[in-house]
Design a protein around this ligand. Structure first.
Ligand code: SAM
Length: 287
């Protein structure tokens, strides 16, 4: 990988564009080529992959991705950054700059119709304030995504990849598990960013898979997950009382789904949440 941006290049580019990073948009730019190499390698891209990058910023990661993939869709909400990216690519990686499409838009509003060719991989140093909603939104909108590697706040990476029984297993873990199997693929120290954040970062690698059940709608399963974790210290019999109508109704529902009513949400797999939704009848897919 050549043409990557180091600290001097990042500062010069930001000065030229008149960019000062804002907290509101989660702007912490990577100024360490080794970290970019590490992310691109961990993403396991093939030359056929079409990458979706959310928040390319000044282009640190984009330049590495352009060399590794067939195409890169870069979705950036900040107009000056979006406008400057094609020029940065043309200057730094001229041989592959035509693989880039820049989309000046909010990733939370992106839909499949925005991308041609369809993205097969999500690779991004995400804006930390919206990282979980962005990942879940894109997985819901883009069934073409087969795998991904995202950098997020370490604590969020740990939550996203936690399994049942863990204290940090919760709504993001179960919802991500609906779409994909995920693992923590490494930690990243604060000093690779400008400005330096006050948290560590983590890499989350995921591979898409078929949903655990196809006879129940995702929205119905997520409604059970939301209800179960809204009161995570309560037993499911109590936590799902509102959802089912009453505690005895919740107990019946849980027993019918093969789940212990005295268990807590944090003990259940995504498949068990799906069994509860299927049993409730709310989310049944009718063919
Ligand atoms: N990828 C770059 C890097 O590694 O240096 C920048 C990463 S920075 C953590 C996050 C980027 O996401 C910023 O460029 C920010 O403007 C952009 N961003 C923030 N919210 C966004 C949104 N909702 N949709 C698209 N881009 C967003």
């Amino acid at each position: 990988m050549t043409g990557l941006l180091g600290p001097a290049e990042i500062r010069a580019l930001a000065a030229r564009l008149g960019v000062s990073p804002t907290k509101k948009l989660g702007q912490n730019f990577v100024h360490d080529p080794n970290t970019v190499r590490r992310i691109v390698t961990a993403a396991g891209l093939t030359s056929e992959d079409v990458v979706l990058e959310v928040g390319p910023g000044l282009g640190s990661l984009t330049l590495g991705l352009l060399e590794a993939a067939a195409h890169v869709h870069a979705v950036e909400i900040d107009a000056p950054l979006a406008a400057a990216l094609p020029e940065t690519a043309a200057e730094r990686v001229p041989g592959v700059a035509d693989r880039l499409t820049v989309h000046h838009q909010d990733a939370l509003k992106a839909t499949a119709a925005d991308f041609d060719p369809a993205p097969t991989a999500l690779v991004a140093n995400l804006p930390y304030n919206v990282a979980v909603p962005v990942v879940l939104h894109l997985l819901a909108e883009l069934p073409s995504l087969r795998h991904g590697l995202v950098m997020v706040q370490l604590e969020v990476a740990e939550r996203l990849t936690a399994g049942p029984g863990s204290k940090i297993y919760g709504i993001p873990s179960v919802k991500l598990a609906w779409y994909a199997s995920a693992r923590l693929a490494g930690k990243v120290p604060p000093n690779v960013f400008w400005p330096v954040p006050n948290v560590d970062s983590g890499l989350v690698a995921f591979t898409s898979r078929e949903p655990p059940r196809t006879d129940v709608r995702r929205e119905a399963v997520f409604a059970v997950v939301d209800a179960a974790f809204a009161q995570r210290r309560k037993t499911l019999r109590a936590a799902l009382a509102g959802y089912a109508g009453s505690p005895p109704a919740a107990e019946l529902l849980l027993r019918a789904a093969g789940v212990d009513p005295q268990a807590r949400g944090e003990a259940l797999t995504v498949k068990e949440f799906a069994a509860i939704a299927a049993q409730s009848g709310n989310g049944r897919v009718t063919r």
